[in-house]
Design a protein around this ligand. Sequence first.
Ligand code: MRU
Length: 330
Amino acid sequence: MNVRGKTYRAVWMPGRDVVVIDQRLLPHRFKLLRLRNHRETAEAIRNMTIRGAGTIGATAAYGMAQAFLEGVSLPKAYETLVTTRPTAVDLKHALDRVLVEAHDAKTAVAVAERIADEYVARMKRIAEIGCPLIPKNGRVLTHCNAGWLAIVDWGSATAPIYAAHRKRRGVFVWVDETRPRCQGAHLTSWELLNEGVPHKVIADNAAGYFMRHGDVDLCIVGADRIAANGDTANKLGTYEKAVLAKENGIPFYIAAPSSTIDPHCPNGDSIPIEERSEDEVHFVGETRVTPRGARAANPAFDVTPAKYITGIITERGIHKPGEVRKLWRQ
Ligand code: MRU
């Protein structure tokens, strides 16, 4: 997508290095980072230099290709990469694909490229399929960053929004700030500004206010893992937005590629939820906002039960949550 008139993907591999946009520095600094081996690539996933389910998947696939090029032990490299973040299942699906489909360094790079390209193609389909859900002058609420930074290009939740904007349908976006890491405020707002999409960032606890006042026409969010029954893990706070949406009669959509479906998780209770450092809650930037000695809890994701989800938009169509089991594709 567009950054100061130039198009970028969130990750790519020119030669032996993996290049990513350092998402920790956005929105105030735009810096590319070169990751020189699979260990650096794994660390960039772990420390959230890059994040978002699809970008994690593509980056891990490139990391596995680097391991092939380095000639290191492939099971060890797989283990290093797969343990970086536990909830986003695209990570494992992408790594498995490289292991199964590649037989040498050259084919490993080609498989990783294919995975990244498929994300882009699938997001373009999600843009086309999801766009008609947005009414003219529609107001969409989204949570976290399920934009192009999170899934190589276009975004999952943002793809229908970008399509509607390009068709001049007058779309407007409410962007949840998404404490504690503020992916909405830092990343989604930056993306939407670059594309010229009208939006406002709102405090996380403001969504109910705007829904109750009739200011939200629909919600579209991304997913980190969709269980076989349609229960969906996404950034912490998604669940409460879905409950509020149902209470206020607002359609609530998940947008995700079929690679985010995990047929091995029967329901949301079996999705592993990443627990992150307390400090992400204690500190806003450099400033501690809790009293010294206070403890904090910091689950990174929550699960939205299928009953709150109006539909799941994949590259293959719009599905009822209960229908996703048969759609899974690596
Ligand atoms: O912790 P993050 O920033 O990786 O979480 C990202 C999200 O929860 C996104 O909504 C999700 O990955 C879907 S984006 C394709």
